[in-house]
Write a protein that binds this ligand. Structure first.
Ligand SMILES: *Cc1c(COP(=O)(O)O)cnc(C)c1O
Length: 384
């Protein structure tokens, strides 16, 4: 096939076409560059009003946001936190930072989200009420929380998940780092559980270079989140700190960038949705290719369009040979050396299959329609 596209096509890069320069320049001009400043508050307010969460607290990145949420949820040393087996490493790492252990649940074949039937069956059959809460029968260790991950901006059936978490007395911390702009029954991702987190890493739907956000409807938790992310400072003047805190606040310069990005979020989502629709159109009907199942009640942000095919290897080669960036989905957590010894609940190890068959396609907010069609043509030519 003759290429009409001369530049390499990246996977998911920032689009910086709004007020980024203006707002950042104002930080520099006014000398408000650090962790205090009006843009931090404005960015928090913009995330809160967009998502419908009463409180939002900006952090240095999404991983730090998850770490703080685990502390706020009361997760303690040696507790278990339930995490899907297919996720980006940061979900499981944050649990380890809190001194706890992730307990992995396999994903569902179609949606690639945590399998809620497997979760329920596990809680019903392999856990029991102990003195301190729900415990894993095998070793008596407490299970404190569930960290659902809205993988690729898609969501699980949240009603069912919330019901399960209540029935077994578990706190929900949503890793909604990929799901800014996604909703279930009209309610924004990150606002279903006690706590939710967003990420503004360079590849996410909006970016501050690096950044994150905690959202919650609990005022006390919101105050403590601010406290913990600012070194647990108990006095604004004297250096008094009342517990071990963290230097996890987002700086004003980056919040300024975040505010400018928020102004463009709906536009970014619209472009990504148009492009995802074109991918689906172009590639539907090919027996060798399937898509992520989106629950009818989910409005997905289409952050990173990903397909599944038994031809994963040859498709990746074809795309890379033609300067189209693509990546497989993450290595399942149970296959990683740090986490291999931890419980992994599965019956058919869907994670391994999805990992060996999925590949993500270019999805940037600046991606043009003809580029999407070009990528689709490459894929079609490869499996014919
Ligand atoms: C991006 C991401 C994170 C972490 O975000 P950072 O801002 O990079 O720390 C956590 N979990 C998932 C699933 C992610 O995709």
């Amino acid at each position: 096939m003759k290429s009409i596209i001369s530049e390499p096509i990246p996977l998911s890069i920032p689009t910086l076409g709004g007020n980024e320069w203006t707002y950042i320049k104002e930080c520099l001009d006014t000398n408000w560059v650090s962790s205090v400043g009006s843009y931090v508050t404005a960015f928090e307010e913009s995330i809160a009003s967009y998502s419908g969460a009463p409180y939002a607290i900006a952090t240095v990145n999404g991983t730090a946001a998850l770490h703080i949420c685990l502390i706020l949820a009361g997760v303690e040393r040696d507790d278990y936190v339930i995490v899907p087996n297919i996720t980006f490493i940061a979900s499981a790492n944050s649990v380890a930072y809190a001194g706890a252990n992730p307990l992995f649940i396999d994903i569902e074949e179609g949606s690639w989200q945590m399998d809620l039937n497997l979760l329920e069956e596990f809680l019903r059959e392999q856990t029991e009420e102990g003195a301190s809460g729900r415990v894993y029968k095998k070793d008596g260790k407490r299970i404190k929380a569930i960290m659902p991950v809205h993988v690729l901006g898609n969501m699980a059936e949240m009603d069912k998940l919330i019901e399960i978490s209540r029935r077994y007395g578990l706190v929900i911390i949503e890793d909604s780092t990929e799901a800014l702009g996604s909703r279930y029954k009209g309610q924004h991702a990150g606002t279903f559980g006690e706590l939710g987190c967003f990420s503004f890493n360079g590849n996410k739907i909006i970016t501050t270079g690096g950044g994150g956000m905690i959202v919650t409807s609990d005022e006390e938790k919101a105050q403590r989140a601010k406290h913990l992310t600012t070194q647990a400072k108990a006095d604004p003047f004297a250096y008094v700190h009342d517990e071990i805190g963290y230097n996890y606040r987002l700086v004003n310069i980056l919040a300024a960038m975040g505010l400018a990005q928020m102004e463009q979020l709906d536009e970014f989502k619209a472009v990504r949705t148009r492009n995802a629709d074109i991918y689906r159109q172009e590639l539907s009907g090919l027996a060798e290719i399937s898509f992520q199942n989106i629950h009818p009640e989910v409005e997905v942000n289409n952050w990173l369009f990903t397909i599944r095919s038994s031809h994963q290897e040859s498709l990746i080669k074809k795309l890379l040979d033609n300067k189209v960036q693509t990546r497989p989905l993450w290595v399942p957590m149970n296959q990683l050396p740090m986490f291999g010894h931890l419980p992994y609940i599965q019956s058919e190890d869907i994670s391994a299959k999805v990992h060996s068959e999925c590949l993500s396609l270019p999805s940037s907010s600046s991606l043009k329609e003809e580029e999407v069609r070009y990528v689709a043509q490459l894929i079609k030519s490869c499996i014919k």
